[in-house]
Design a protein around this ligand. Structure first.
Ligand SMILES: Cc1cc2nc3c(=O)[nH]c(=O)nc-3n(C[C@H](O)[C@H](O)[C@H](O)COP(=O)(O)O)c2cc1C
Length: 205
C-alpha cells in the first residue's frame, strides 16, 4: 500500500511540511509506504490546452508532471497539501494538478485522494474544495478526517503548535489507510464497478 504525497509549498520546513510530516509519521505506524515530493519550489508552468497529451499520453512539457505520473499510477492514494494563497491553492499547485490530471490517461478510479490546506487564517475550506475537485472528476474516493483537512500557521514551522490541525492529519492518515485497505478487499471480492463509455455533451448543442 503506497501513498504519494505532494507538498505544494515553496518553503522548505514550512507549515505544509509540518502537516505532511504528521501524515507520514501516522502512515508509518499504519504500515503504509509514503513518498513525499515537494513541488512548490519548482518552476512548473500551467497547461496550454494543446491536448497533445490525448495522443502522447504525457504532457508536452517534460518536467515534474511527467516524472511523477508513473508514481501516481503506481500509488493507491494521492495527497496534495497546499499552502493557501489568496484563499486558493497556490499557483504552482494548480499548474501542476491541471497538467497532471489532464495528461495522465490511466484509470484513476478507486485510487483514494485527499487535499490538505495550510494557512495563517482564512481560505482553508475554499482551498480544500478546489483540491477535491481533481479527485471528484476522476472517480477517486475522497478520504476525510474529523474536520476539513486544514492546519494553521504563519511563521516557518508554527503549525507545530496547532494541536487540532495535527490531530486532523493523524485521523486523515488512519481513515485513508482504512479506505485504501477496504477498496483493495472490495476489488478482490467484487471487482471494479462497470464503466460506461463516456458520453460527452456540450451545453451549446
Ligand atoms: C502570496 C501569499 C498569499 C497568502 N494568502 C493567504 C490567505 O489567503 N489566507 C491565509 O490565511 N494565509 C495566506 N498566506 C499565508 C500562508 O498560507 C501561510 O503562511 C502558510 O503557513 C504557508 O505555508 P508554508 O509555510 O508551507 O509555505 C499567504 C501567503 C502568501 C505568500
Amino acid at each position: 500500500m503506497k501513498v504519494l504525497i505532494i507538498n505544494g509549498s515553496p518553503r522548505v520546513g514550512g507549515n505544509t511540511t509540518v502537516a505532511v510530516n504528521e501524515l507520514v509519521k501516522t502512515f508509518d505506524t499504519e504500515g503504509v509506504e509514503t513518498e513525499v515530493v515537494q513541488i512548490g519550489n519548482k518552476a512548473i508552468r500551467g497547461c496550454i490546452g494543446c491536448y497533445s497529451c490525448a495522443e502522447k499520453k504525457k504532457c508536452v512539457f517534460d518536467d515534474e508532471v511527467n516524472e511523477l505520473a508513473p508514481k501516481f499510477e503506481a500509488a493507491d492514494g494521492l495527497i496534495v497539501a497546499s499552502p493557501v494563497y489568496y484563499a486558493s491553492p497556490n499557483g504552482t499547485v494548480l499548474s501542476f494538478l491541471d497538467r497532471l490530471f489532464m495528461s495522465c490517461k490511466f484509470d484513476k478510479s478507486m485510487k483514494v485522494g485527499a487535499g490538505v490546506a495550510v494557512a495563517r487564517r482564512g481560505g482553508l475550506s475554499a482551498t480544500y474544495d478546489a483540491l477535491n475537485k481533481y479527485f471528484g472528476i476522476s472517480g477517486m474516493p475522497i478520504a476525510s478526517s474529523q474536520y476539513w483537512n486544514s492546519v494553521h500557521g504563519t511563521a516557518l514551522g508554527e503549525a507545530q503548535q496547532d494541536g487540532e490541525g495535527l490531530q486532523t492529519m493523524r485521523t486523515l492518515a488512519r481513515n485513508m489507510t482504512f479506505l485504501m485497505k477496504s477498496i483493495a478487499l472490495g476489488k478482490e471480492k467484487f471487482g471494479l464497478p462497470e464503466k460506461e463509455p463516456w458520453q460527452p455533451t456540450n451545453f451549446i448543442r
